[in-house]
Design a protein around this ligand. Structure first.
Ligand code: ATP
Ligand code: MG
Length: 140
């Protein structure tokens, strides 16, 4: 079973000064940080990342948002990382996110929802490789 997931602290949360608070929640929850880099996504990079949503009405606004400022992709390791991380962040819409979840506490809206988490082991592998080379993933 894969034990990795790709997280992104999104531009709203970085801009609002929540990067450290969100990383602390993640590490306190038992995830091991294996890679992290603050970066400004190009339009092409953001479009590629969200290509699965290309036909959705919110796609262009989502790409605008994801390129609006720096974000921080991270490779995380934990047993059952994908599911455990999605529980930690809560529902896509922060109004529906459970108390104590990262989105409940730090997200602004259904679009500006503070964090991304991979939705399957297969996508976690692909998404980690989309942002990091194997040399940049530190196993320790
Ligand atoms: P993520 O993939 O970022 O972890 P998710 O899996 O909870 O979030 P998806 O359905 O994959 O949600 O949507 C990807 C992203 O698109 C959401 O995180 C959010 O930023 C944006 N989004 C999703 N639905 C809407 C919507 N109805 N209106 C505006 N933005 C949306
Ligand atoms: Mg998703």
């Amino acid at each position: 079973m894969s034990n990795k997931t790709l997280a992104i602290i999104k531009p709203d949360a970085v801009g609002n000064g929540f990067t450290g608070k969100i990383m602390d929640r993640i590490i306190e929850a038992g995830f091991k940080l294996q890679a992290a880099q603050l970066m400004q996504l190009s339009r092409e990079k953001a479009e590629g990342f969200y290509a699965v949503h290309k036909e959705r009405p919110f796609y262009n606004d989502l790409v605008d948002f994801m390129t609006s400022g720096p974000c921080m992709p991270m490779a995380l390791e934990k047993d059952d990382a994908v599911n455990t991380f999605r529980s930690l962040i809560g529902a896509t819409n922060p109004e529906e996110a459970a108390d104590g979840t990262i989105r409940k506490d730090f997200a602004e809206s259904i679009q500006n929802n503070a964090v991304h988490g991979s939705d399957s082991n297969e996508n976690a592998q692909k998404e980690i490789a989309y942002f990091f080379t194997s040399n940049e993933i530190l196993d320790y």
